[in-house]
Design a protein around this ligand. Structure first.
Ligand SMILES: [Zn+2]
Ligand SMILES: [Zn+2]
Length: 403
């Protein structure tokens, strides 16, 4: 028997119910914040991810589903959602209009990782990207929006914040960090040793505990911000506090790519193990330019749908619509016509097999239908249909015409 690929799951039954509930809830909230839906291809040129996600990252270096297609194009299944949206933004010349543009997306992402709890090779993200707005209030709006999404889904979470500075303050900070790291090189893990040259900022969120101990004394970006970055970060914290939003500043929360600047944030949930980050994002004012577009400030986030599926409890749905059944097979045609007309206005289930009234009623309850409508030869003769309201426990025989 052919099986699905490792790390790639089917979604059906309860998991697909939860999946579509999450997408619907998040989309509704995003629309309230002025975002509109964007759909971009799952397959893109590999160069797009090399340039945006960065060749030194694990995602691009080790985890891409990359191949040469029949036309000799170097292509790749998208490992994340932002790159495609930014490409589309530039390709459609929206960067030239100078208007504010806000998009939300959701869909499949692919990373060739070792499958483990919380990590799949095919997973789904919901994300938003806001272009053209440099005000820190837009960062705050995005954080409030994510909080709304999780509150609507009933997911308890914590918010972690940091600032990554800008073109002016980040390079100076990076120099002082490199100097500090060089002095500690022998005490850091192998990965961090390599990062000093390739991506020193990334050492700050190294998962090795001894590195974290050594790095606790290293200079922090938030103590080295320029005036403008510092003012924005202070305002961000103050507005969140005024809105009763709890957060903690995590000075080791980083993104590690040059086009990220200022606000960085992460939402974490309790009780789902080490992979407890459920959403992350921040400001990326230089990415549009980086991909050959016109300089455009931008801020965005993505949340992992599979990561939060276990944290969502679906409410039991109210009984809805009609269940139709016949007592004799020869009446099925007539029942089918009656039932089909109802499909224009409500949920309809038609049982094609003849059954006893008792068995139809049992079936209707199982299907969570509000009404059970049954046609026997008596009803056909009289041009009527028998109906029971399963919620109000009330039954009646009505004319087919008025039905
Ligand atoms: Zn700055
Ligand atoms: Zn390390």
């Amino acid at each position: 028997m052919v099986q699905s690929l490792r790390g790639m799951n089917d979604l059906l039954g309860e998991s697909s119910d939860k999946f579509s509930y999450i997408v619907k809830t998040a989309s509704k909230v995003a629309e309230r914040y002025g975002y509109s839906y964007i759909e971009t291809p799952l397959l893109e040129e590999t160069a797009l991810f090399k340039r945006s996600v960065g060749e030194s990252s694990d995602i691009v270096g080790k985890e891409m589903y990359q191949f040469i297609d029949k036309g000799q194009n170097d292509v790749c299944l998208r490992p994340e959602g932002t790159a495609g949206v930014v490409r589309s933004f530039i390709q459609n010349k929206l960067d030239r209009k100078g208007e504010k543009q806000k998009f939300f997306y959701h869909g499949a992402m692919f990373r060739y990782e070792r499958p483990q709890k919380g990590r799949l090779r095919l997973f789904h993200q919901f994300g938003c990207e806001s272009f053209g707005e440099s005000s820190v209030f837009e960062d705050i709006s995005i954080i409030l929006m994510i909080k709304d999404i999780f509150d609507n889904l009933g997911i308890k979470h914590k918010i972690k914040l940091n600032s990554l500075g800008c073109n002016e303050c980040m390079p100076k900070y990076r120099e002082s960090l490199i100097e500090d790291l060089e002095n500690k090189r022998d005490e850091l893990c192998e990965d961090c040793g390599r990062r000093i040259a390739t991506n020193p900022i990334r050492t700050l969120d190294c998962k090795v505990e001894s590195c974290q101990d050594k790095l606790s004394s290293s200079p922090k970006i938030t103590d080295n911000l320029c005036e403008s970055c510092d003012a924005d970060f202070e305002q961000l914290k103050s507005i969140l506090t005024q809105n009763d939003i709890k957060f903690e500043v995590d000075k080791h929360l980083v993104r590690g790519l040059d086009y990220y600047s200022k606000t960085a944030f992460e939402f974490v949930a309790d009780g789902i193990g080490s992979q407890n980050a459920i959403a992350g994002g921040g400001r990326y004012d230089r990415l549009v330019e980086f991909l050959d577009g016109r300089e455009t400030p931008a801020v965005g986030f993505a949340l992992g749908i599979e990561r939060i599926m276990d944290l969502v409890t679906l409410e039991e749905s109210e009984p809805e619509g009609y269940y139709f059944g016949v007592l004799d097979e020869e009446n099925l045609g007539e029942l089918f016509n009656l039932a089909s007309r109802k499909r224009g206005s409500t949920k309809v289930h038609i049982e094609y097999k003849k059954r006893s009234l008792k068995s139809h009623l049992k079936n209707a309850l199982k299907m969570n239908s509000r009404y059970c409508a049954v046609l026997g030869s008596e009803e056909v003769k009289n041009g009527t249909i028998w109906i029971k309201d399963l919620q109000a426990k009330f039954e009646d025989v009505v004319s087919q015409e008025s039905f």
